[in-house]
Ligand binder design. Structure first.
Ligand code: UT7
Length: 318
């Protein structure tokens, strides 16, 4: 099957900045504990008029504008989220309407928690191949602040809100590999039927940590093997930004160059499905990720799920 290439990205972070210092006034915690255990220093929370769909629309609009494509060239819209404002209409359908994407193409949400963006891209690739399309809009967006118990210090210091979006092109001969997996386990639970926070996020942090440090190198090695690339030949690795110690553990385990592993959890916390596309967008905006480079994206989290994808950043046609 043909592979995906990254054409353009977009991002949106909500308006309320919450520092570790702010949280230490709400629960029994400290900046020292949060930074040393997670690498997180601050996160953004939605304001009252923002939610996962409004962030998704902002990020998607930016990605499509930067792609140089018109909305009617987008052949499918897939949105990864577990914290949309309602179950229906899906966030993807809200994006379709706001951006005026073609009505005769699919728009759907995917829930694979923190692996969601890579799952979403893989679903989009299948839709393009099946329906004969060329360009996909894939979004990861979360408003996890709406699902948090702000009295539970073991979780409320970890998560943040945000959205990232990417336009992909399905291309013959593209450098591309993907691997997805799942193993039903409730080590992370989030959200009740109305997503109001009545069933807030609960997590067995230690169990998830152990799972993550195994899943991350496994996914990375799988996509490297499939593309016949070595870690030295790969330009960038973008892992789900749950905890800097998980990424450090993976770097040590693989004997890798830590500079290849992008980190931004210090500024955004863990934004679940949004973390990988938010990172990709920052890397493009700051000139770190440049056309022609290869990047592996690796997600792991609730479900439990895991997902890896290796592809090339092509950039938009000038
Ligand atoms: O996005 C989905 C994927 N999620 C993840 O990958 C998360 C994976 N897990 C982790 O990142 C880590 O397990 C955590 C950051 C969640 C927790 O770190 P930890 O080193 O596993 O800490 P812990 O849960 O074992 O807690 C150690 C101590 C406990 O106190 P005692 O029992 O040793 O007295 C906790 O009560 O730290 C205490 N603690 C806190 N102290 C201050 C827990 N949360 C806090 C807090 N501030 N916010």
């Amino acid at each position: 099957m043909e592979g995906l290439q990254l054409i353009a990205t977009g991002g949106a972070l909500p308006g309320r900045l919450v520092t570790n210092e702010d949280l230490s006034r709400v629960v029994d915690t400290s900046d020292e504990w949060i930074v040393s255990r997670t690498g997180i220093r601050q996160r953004h929370f939605c304001t009252v008029d923002q939610n996962a769909a409004t962030l998704a629309i902002d990020a998607a609009r930016q990605a499509v504008a930067r792609s140089g494509l018109s909305p009617d060239q987008i052949d499918c819209c897939v949105c990864a989220t577990l914290s949309g404002p309602c179950a229906s209409p899906s966030v993807a359908c809200q994006v379709q309407r706001a951006l005026g994407l073609p009505e005769d193409r699919p728009a759907l949400d995917v829930n694979a928690a923190c692996s969601g963006f890579v799952y979403g891209a893989t679903v989009a690739r299948g839709l393009l191949a099946t329906l004969g399309g060329r360009y996909a809009l894939v979004i990861g967006c979360e408003a996890l602040s709406r699902l948090m118990n702000m009295e539970d210090r073991s979780t409320c210091v970890l998560f943040g809100d945000g959205a990232g979006a990417a336009v992909f092109e399905l291309a013959q001969g593209a450098v591309f590999a993907a691997t997805l997996g799942a193993c039903g386990d409730d080590a992370i639970r989030a959200g009740g039927p109305n997503l109001t926070g009545s069933s807030p996020i609960e997590m067995d942090g230690k169990a998830v940590f152990r799972f993550a440090v195994g899943a991350l190198p496994r996914c990375l090695n799988t996509v490297l093997d499939e593309t016949h690339l070595t870690l030295d030949e790969l330009d960038w690795v973008v892992c789900h930004q749950a905890n800097s110690r998980i990424i450090d553990h993976c770097v040590r385990h693989l004997g890798a160059n830590p500079a290849k592993f992008y980190k931004n959890m210090d500024r955004h916390g863990n934004t679940s499905a949004a973390s990988i596309p938010v990172a990709l967008n920052e890397m493009v905006e700051s000139g770190l990720l440049i056309p022609g480079q290869t990047v592996a994206c690796v997600g792991f989290g609730g479900g439990l799920t895991w997902a890896g994808m290796l592809l090339q950043y092509k950039g938009a046609e000038q």
